[in-house]
Design a protein around this ligand. Structure first.
Ligand code: HDE
Length: 730
């Protein structure tokens, strides 16, 4: 049976031809939900179907008849099931939730969603990668889209943001070039969901304005651990406008309550093979388990009068506003607490648009934003096929919609009456304009003057200053990861001149950075030193120290040399939202497994028992239910590994896959623990230094201390240990 909360049609009757206008039927808050629980099977026009197993044919072995409209309808519908995938951000996953404001911002804006602290505004949020196709892997190195649709009482407000606060280019006219360069190369359609190829780096090396963004994409920010551990940014400068008509520039931020955390590249590449759905699965499982995803909405504000105060231009999307200059004020919280019912109807058909703003929120002249304000509506028309895409349940505002727009393909609303124009004096007349006093949107009356030119302001010219700020702000190991990412990406570029051109840019950002990257490319940097000899990276710890000390004088940063907010080093960590592998075999200590699982669950972590086969095994003290095997999983799918003791744990010591499991967890900086007989596996698989330094490796042989070991382990489940020695040798 169809469980629908709306009437059969949406009826708009403001313009009906009768003498008494009928009220407009308001748009339902929820979309029609359809389940298929023992309902009669029908055609699309409701005719009951007697058999769905055989087509209609002339004789049991004869040809199929053209008359078989049931077959034809079914195949025809199937043939048209696909719509064009998004040209960018094709791969995504989404969830429902709500936004709640902490304090009214009425001094800054009239937007009800930012002034009414009692409202719970429904939201739908879609996360995505940018370059890959719809079926590509979640963990590709890429920027993540972070698109929020808020269904406010004054219309939909979309913050169509990313997990990085700046962008590659300053002007929308360069966007098709950027994307063509990043996408698979057009003759061979290679590589999928990767920037490690010639056309991307060719374009980038000829586009100095992208250098700040390049530092971000080569950092671990493009390898998020989960959607719930990413920041979100509106990127552009917007305006808030208050009741007095005063404007304040604003940047929007989403700050994850779990902190910002990432994977490492080797791990991300392996996950792409082991579980291409890693991120969407993790969000789905978390929400299903009641571990909701939460972010605080932050705003940075700048008075209109201070527009020119800093040595960077606030209209330039390749620049951020250092939080040291303009702190982020946290004003509300967004919670994602419900998985979609249908991927296509919701996640695929949702249509974001930067022009979806509400009264009290307005645009700046950022040329990238101005271009986006054209592009999103345009793209939905070709993707969803009709200007009526706003009537799709997921896109429909939760407040009344009324205007004189009519018809077009797939119109759902049935508008009644004779009047579809204004001004009109006939019965019913048109919907009334809303005066500003009653909440009608008015554009902020910014003065504009100047000659028509195709030119950029000189204030957009500094391309390296904030790249240096980002570099300076990284910890030693974060810098090491950037170096390695650049070494990897550029070593995949076949054209030497492109690689060399990139080294010249890196040299402008930081000398040590350029030298270290050059060493992997067999190149010398400009001063003729052979970096491979002078500053080798063979000793990883020495390399990290060297990098930590390598900084550059910044520009275009308001004098800020280093910004704590840009580093992930000191982010809050906890066991919440994490996943732990517990390695088990027959005759391991069942009581300890239960204690560990309970402790992890209390701390908000999910755990899997990973064994030699799935199903029941006989533990020491009780049966255990194993859900994963060493063959069908891998340590890369977990945040930490625990090898449980007991007489049977010795069996694991003789399994090569078990060695690889713990050794890789160690290599990726993850906590590794073992108790009792389980310690033997660690001893066999890990280098001896691992135990001396106690860097996230817990090995507890004494039964009396096993409780303590479990507690210690749970405390560090969310922590990575980058300062382990000899990682290269594992
Ligand atoms: Fe987009 N972008 N973009 N973009 N973008 C699209 O719209 C575009 C930019 C972002 O989950 C497209 O519906 C231009 C910046 C997200 O559905 C398209 C320019 C930022 C999503 C488009 C940009 C974004 C998109 C493709 C340069 C971060 C996915 C499908 C001027 C602030 C939304 C679609 C979702 C999607 C155009 C640059 C974020 C083609 C022209 C900067 C999160 O319209």
């Amino acid at each position: 049976m169809e469980t629908t909360q709306q009437s059969e049609h949406q009826l708009h009757s403001a313009t009906n031809g009768q003498s008494t206008p009928e009220p407009a039927v308001t748009i339902p808050a929820e979309h029609p939900l359809k389940t298929s629980n023992h309902e009669p099977l029908t055609t699309n026009v409701g005719q009951p179907i007697a058999t769905d197993q055989n087509s209609l044919r002339a004789g049991e072995r004869g040809p199929t008849l053209l008359e078989d409209y049931v077959l034809r309808e079914k195949l025809q519908h199937f043939d048209h099931e696909r719509i064009p995938e998004r040209i960018v951000h094709a791969r995504g996953a989404a969830a429902h939730g709500f936004f709640q404001l902490y304090d009214s911002l009425e001094d800054l804006t009239t937007a009800k969603v930012l002034t009414d602290t009692s409202a719970q505004t429904p939201v739908f949020v879609r996360f995505s990668t940018v370059a890959g196709s719809r079926g590509s892997a979640d963990t590709a190195r890429d920027v993540r889209g972070f698109a929020v649709k808020m269904y406010t009482t004054e219309g939909n407000w979309d913050i169509v943001g990313n997990n990085i606060p700046v962008f590659f280019i300053q002007d929308a006219i360069k966007f098709p070039d950027l994307i063509h360069a990043a996408k698979p190369e057009p003759d061979r359609e290679i590589p999928q969901a990767a920037t490690a190829h010639d056309t991307f780096w060719d374009f980038i090396s000829l586009t100095p304005e992208s250098m700040h963004m390049v530092m971000w994409i080569m950092s671990d920010r493009t390898l998020p651990r989960s959607f719930g551990m990413m920041e979100g940014f509106g990127v552009h400068t917007f305006r808030l406008v208050n009741a007095k008509g005063e404007s304040t520039f604003v940047k929007f931020h989403w700050k994850p309550l779990l902190g910002v955390h990432s994977l490492v590249w080797d791990e991300a590449q392996q996950i792409a093979g082991k579980d291409a759905d890693f991120h969407r699965r993790s969000m789905w499982d978390s929400i299903k388990a009641g571990n909701f995803l939460e972010w605080e909405l932050g705003i940075q504000t700048l008075p209109e009068a201070d527009e020119q105060k800093y040595d960077f231009d606030i209209l330039d999307a390749t620049k951020l506003w250092p939080e040291e200059l303009l702190p982020v004020r946290r004003v509300g919280k967004m919670t994602l607490n419900r998985n979609p019912d249908n991927y296509f109807a919701e996640t695929e058909q949702v249509a974001f648009n930067t022009t979806n703003v509400v009264p009290g929120i307005d645009f700046s002249n950022d040329p990238l934003l101005q271009g986006r304000n054209f592009s999103y509506l345009d793209t939905q028309l070709s993707r969803l096929g009709s200007p009526n895409f706003t009537e799709l349940p997921i896109n429909r505002p939760r407040c009344p919609v009324s205007n004189n727009q009519r018809d077009a393909q797939m119109r759902h609303t049935i508008d009644k009456g004779r009047v579809s124009y204004a001004p009109a004096s006939l019965d019913g007349h048109s919907p009334d304009e809303v005066t500003p006093a009653r909440g009608g949107f008015v554009s902020y009356p910014a003065s504009v003057n100047g000659p028509k030119v195709r030119a950029r302001s000189q204030s957009f010219d500094d391309h390296y200053g904030q790249a240096k700020l980002f570099w300076n702000s990284m910890s030693g190991s974060e810098k090491e990861h950037i170096v390695k990412a650049l070494q990897f990406e550029l070593s995949m570029v076949e054209t030497r001149t492109v690689r060399q051109r990139m080294l010249k840019h890196l040299l402008q950002i930081n000398h040590v950075l350029a030298e270290q990257v050059a060493s992997a490319l067999g190149e010398l940097v400009a001063d003729g030193h052979n970096p491979a000899q002078s500053r080798g990276t063979a000793d990883s710890i020495a390399g990290v120290h060297l990098l930590a000390g390598a900084t550059s004088e910044t520009t275009a940063s308001g004098g800020v040399q280093q910004s704590k907010a840009l580093s992930m080093q000191d982010q809050p960590t906890s066991a919440k939202g994490r996943k732990v592998a517990i390695l088990v075999a027959n005759d391991v200590d069942s009581w300890q497994v239960a204690t560990l699982q309970e402790a992890l669950q209390r701390a908000g972590s999910k755990s899997d028992l990973v064994g030699l086969h799935i199903g029941r095994i006989q533990g020491h003290g009780g049966t255990l239910e194993v859900t994963k095997t060493l063959a069908n999983s891998s340590s890369v799918l977990y945040d930490a590994v625990f090898v449980v003791g007991g007489p049977g744990a010795a069996a694991l010591q003789h399994k090569g896959d078990a060695h690889v499991f713990v050794a890789q967890a160690y290599k990726h900086g993850k906590p590794v623990a073992a108790t009792g007989e389980g310690v033997d596996l660690l001893t066999a698989a890990l280098p001896t230094e691992a135990f001396h330094h106690k860097l996230g490796v817990i090995a507890e042989q004494h039964a009396a201390h096993q409780q303590q070991a479990i507690k210690q382990f749970v405390d560090i489940v969310g922590t990575r240990h980058w300062n382990r020695p000899d990682l290269e040798h594992v």
